[in-house]
Design a protein around this ligand. Structure first.
Ligand SMILES: [Fe+2]
Length: 300
């Protein structure tokens, strides 16, 4: 199957206003007023109806990542391939189709239990995108939302699922010691791309699934100043900075990480590598970043 891009993320919170404030004051996302209500916050970062859907619930956590397929034919092919691989999935109900602003979709789980959705026909909004923080657009055109990093307790099993069932391609395998001690445990990650030039749309981190449901997700802006202004806004709003500014060694992203109100991190970056896959060979990285990216665990 050919997944085009990451399309949206679904998030649960016990405090919708906290997310509304974070999205408006820190990230610079636009509230979709026509879709949002007292229990649903739909947030835009480009022409699409929404890219973040935050719902009121029992917990603060990541729920699911939605991926886009090109059209009905690609969607039917994906369903056929899942059936042939004995992977169970459920068709979207009419209510879900309405809520996701798509033509049709399915939901399924990866081997670690991360919830995924595949859909096609995502609608654009009628109103132009306008960031409440004057961000001159997020980098999504032809690339999708950004990326997600899922936990995978059995890295090989999950990696095989994304490559052999969902049709992702390998971008990088990263393996580095956690800390300076000679017997420090190894950190292992697989980075994978789908049918767009973004270096990775999904990465898998060898670990149990955290209480927040996700390691991190990433949004990309157009220049270093937008990253700097974002970092200023995060600090002014007393958001936990999970990682200092740095440049990753594999996708070249210059970014910082901050904790979202649902506990997982949001990487806020620019300058991500857009790869020509026809001339690319899979890489192996021994360091996560050229400089920076000093991680600080969350305080709670
Ligand atoms: Fe990332």
């Amino acid at each position: 199957m050919k997944i085009q891009s990451l399309s949206y993320v679904l998030i649960e919170t016990t405090d919708l206003q906290e997310w509304a404030d974070y999205a408006h004051n820190v990230v610079g996302l636009m509230r979709n007023d026509s879709l949002s209500d007292e229990n649903n916050l739909y947030l835009r970062m480009d022409d699409k109806s929404f890219r973040f859907h935050v719902t009121t619930g029992q917990a603060k956590r990541f729920i699911a990542a939605g991926f886009n397929l090109k059209d009905q034919a690609a969607f039917e092919q994906a369903k056929g391939e899942l059936s042939n691989a004995n992977i169970s999935f459920e068709d979207f109900t009419e209510e879900m189709i309405q809520a996701r602003c798509v033509t049709a979709g399915i939901s399924l789980q990866d081997p670690a239990g991360n919830l995924l959705e595949l859909s096609y026909g995502a609608l654009d909004d009628q109103e132009p995108f306008l960031s409440p923080q004057d961000i001159k657009g997020f980098v999504t055109k032809g690339l999708g939302f950004g990326h997600v990093v899922f936990a995978a307790p059995d890295l090989e099993l999950s990696h095989s699922f994304y490559i052999n069932v969902l049709g992702f391609g390998d971008s990088d395998y990263m393996n580095f010691p956690m800390g300076p001690a000679p017997d420090a445990p190894e950190i292992k990650l697989n980075f994978m791309h789908c049918d767009n030039p973004r270096h990775h749309t999904v990465a898998l981190f060898e670990s149990p699934i955290p209480p927040s449901g996700l390691i991190h997700t990433m949004v990309e802006v157009n220049n270093i100043d937008e990253v700097g202004y974002g970092l200023d806004r995060a600090m002014q709003n007393k958001i936990h900075i999970s990682s200092s500014l740095g440049r990753h060694s594999n996708d070249m992203m210059v970014s910082f990480y901050m904790q979202t109100p649902s506990g997982f991190d949001l990487e806020f970056g620019y300058d991500g590598w857009q790869v020509d896959w026809s001339t690319f060979t899979k890489q192996e990285s021994k360091i996560p970043s050229f400089w920076g990216h000093a991680f600080s665990p969350p305080e709670n």
